[in-house]
Design a protein around this ligand. Structure first.
Ligand code: ADP
Ligand code: MG
Length: 362
């Protein structure tokens, strides 16, 4: 079987590697050049995009910001999973908030802003601690601005002056004092069957994910159930097929949706070492119509991103249960270069291993 993935980064690469033992050949699309490339070497393949679409059993995406004309072409094949609508929801915070409202899933108090002057009423309604997010093309904290007190408003307005808010509105959210960030990742197949992984706890630095721990510490059955219900409502609400990630803020015993990603997700990389069937494997199964695999965690896991550097000692592999996933990209500041999965029998052991790991990382 063949699966064509739009996007040629590490997520397509990991799908490729998980597809190999199942006899699924994954090809990637470099969406800038509209060229079919090998997901690992990134070398152009001797096939046109049109031919690759015709040959593929399923088409999917590794990121939501695929140019719309390519998504439309993919959708016309009748083989795009998740659907173009689901991908476009994930690519646009305004559509995303509309979905959350439509299906009635709790999320962060917010307003949509199309004119800078509307920021004054946002402060009145939401308070002076705000986070402003460009509705499109933002990721890893890019395209975001923060307001911590109303005296900063005029400076912020100056910063935002050049933006065309009519075509790319801002979603302005109340800055929440949540207890922690967690995410729920699951998969839904063509028959509507759903499998959900345990909640992961996510630690961010400057808007970018650094560490995930799964299962998250101190998760009650009720909280896991709440997350699974949110996942199910969203996946069913979109008629979703494939892996879907939902980022959540935990406030006491309540979960609020932060954002959704219509794809495999960085906070699910732990599943490569810590679960029976990884998110990449389950995504391929869902989009090709194969039976879904188990999504329970086998042990406790942590995933540590390697960001913006390649200089570290590979002796870290001497730590038992330590697995390196290197993406083979050229180094750039803030770029995700690879990740390390660490598995352990319990959280105390996981803590020891993470402390040992920190000795090897810059
Ligand atoms: P991205 O697409 O960059 O991941 P997010 O909306 O997830 O965008 O924001 C990045 C991070 O910023 C979040 O993981 C969280 O740490 C912080 N953040 C986002 N929205 C809020 C909010 N309303 N209140 C407090 N922190 C927030
Ligand atoms: Mg996010």
């Amino acid at each position: 079987m063949q699966v064509l993935v739009y996007g040629a980064g590490q997520l397509a690469q990991m799908m490729y590697l998980e597809g190999c033992p199942m006899g699924i050949e994954v090809q990637a699309v470099d969406v800038k050049n509209e060229q079919v490339v090998h997901p690992v070497t990134k070398q152009p393949m001797n096939i046109s995009l049109g031919q690759a679409i015709a040959n593929a059993d399923a088409l999917t995406v590794e990121f939501e910001h695929v140019p719309e004309h390519l998504l439309e072409q993919a959708s016309r094949s009748g083989k795009l999973y998740p659907s173009i609508d689901a991908v476009l929801i994930g690519a646009d915070r305004v559509r995303e908030k509309r979905l959350l409202t439509r299906v009635g899933v709790a999320n962060c108090p917010h307003r949509v802003v199309t004119q800078i002057d509307q920021l004054d009423s946002c402060i009145e309604e939401l308070g002076e601690r705000l986070i402003l997010k460009a509705s499109r093309d933002g990721y890893d904290g890019y395209g975001q601005w923060r307001l911590t007190q109303s005296s900063e408003l005029s400076a912020l307005k100056t910063t935002l002056q050049g933006l065309d808010l009519e075509s790319v509105p801002l979603v302005v959210e109340k800055m929440l004092d949540f207890d922690r960030e967690v995410s729920i990742i699951g998969v839904r197949d063509k028959q509507g069957q759903i499998r959900v992984y345990p909640l992961a706890e996510n630690l961010h630095h400057k808007g970018q994910l650094h560490v995930s721990v799964a299962p998250a510490l101190n998760i009650t059955d009720a909280l896991q159930k709440q997350a699974e219900t949110i996942f199910t409502i969203l996946a069913e609400g979109m008629g979703y097929i494939g892996v879907l990630a939902v980022e959540l803020f935990q406030c006491g015993e309540q979960l609020l949706v932060n954002e959704i990603a219509p794809r495999v997700h960085n906070s699910g990389h732990w599943t490569l070492s810590g679960s029976d069937v990884s998110q990449f494997n389950n995504h391929l199964r869902a989009v090709t119509g194969l039976p879904l695999g188990q999504s329970d965690s086998l042990k406790v896991s942590a995933m540590v991103n390697i960001i913006g550097c390649s200089a570290f000692s590979s002796d870290l592999l001497s730590i038992p249960g330590c697995h390196l996933y290197w993406y083979g990209k050229t180094v750039r500041e803030k770029r995700k270069m690879g990740h390390i999965n660490v598995t352990a029998d319990n959280f105390a052991e996981l803590g020891d291993k993470l402390r040992a790991l920190s000795e090897y990382l810059p």
